[in-house]
Design a protein around this ligand. Structure first.
Ligand code: HEC
Length: 180
């Protein structure tokens, strides 16, 4: 956090007025967040679990606290909160209306057939085991993960591959590489 702050403070100032929110009420009313947070917010996602090894714990932290993999890959309830029991099982109509695939280890509908190396390669190069390049929202994610260290990408892959299988068949995004 301190490093992030130091970096932001080093960015040259730009004299540009902030724009008002584009979200219409009630979504622009900040006080409504109080209720939403009371219902759905739990502090400190990605907490360490001593029974798991170092890579898994680092991957859990990166996935939840930094890379927000769940935000796209998990379905939401009618109030827009992530459905906890369905974590990483894919999301129909995610960001930009595009579907995000099931990345649990289900052999048929998820990435059960992928190795840790396959996930790591995708995070580095954007290439799937079928030699397709990921599109849609994942392209922007790979722009970030491609700049991570190999050790961090490995940890993320170890964590993702440990996700219990959930069987949900999500149709691929329109411009996607996902195949079922
Ligand atoms: C902005 C939304 C978004 C975020 C955040 C996101 N993803 Fe994705 N992800 C997608 C979409 C959409 C696809 C499908 C891309 C395609 O088919 O071309 C995808 C595809 C994938 C695939 C390939 C699945 C398959 O069956 O081909 C993996 C693995 C994956 N993501 C892992 C991750 C991990 C790990 C993170 C966190 C570092 C992450 N994603 C964060 C949207 C997202």
């Amino acid at each position: 956090m301190e490093d992030l702050y130091a970096y932001l403070m080093s960015v040259p100032p730009v004299p540009l007025a902030n724009k008002p929110h584009e979200a219409p009420p009630p979504f622009s009313w900040r006080w409504t967040l109080y209720f939403w947070r009371a219902l759905f917010f739990t502090e400190g996602g990605g907490k360490s679990e001593p029974a798991r090894d170092e890579d898994w714990n680092r991957g859990n932290y990166l996935a939840h606290a930094v890379a927000h993999c769940e935000e796209c890959h998990t379905p939401r309830n009618f109030l827009g909160a992530l459905k906890g029991g369905m974590a990483f099982s894919g999301n129909v109509g995610g960001p930009d209306g595009q579907n995000a695939p099931n990345i649990t280890s289900d052999a048929e509908t998820g990435i059960g057939g992928w190795s840790v190396d396959d996930v790591q390669r995708l995070l580095k190069t954007g290439m799937t085991p079928d030699s397709d390049m990921v599109g849609s929202g994942m392209k922007a994610v790979v722009r970030g993960t491609s700049k991570m260290s190999d050790a961090d990408r490995h940890a993320l892959a170890v964590y993702i591959k440990s996700l219990p299988a959930i069987h949900v068949d999500v149709p691929p995004p329109k411009d996607g590489a996902t195949k079922k």
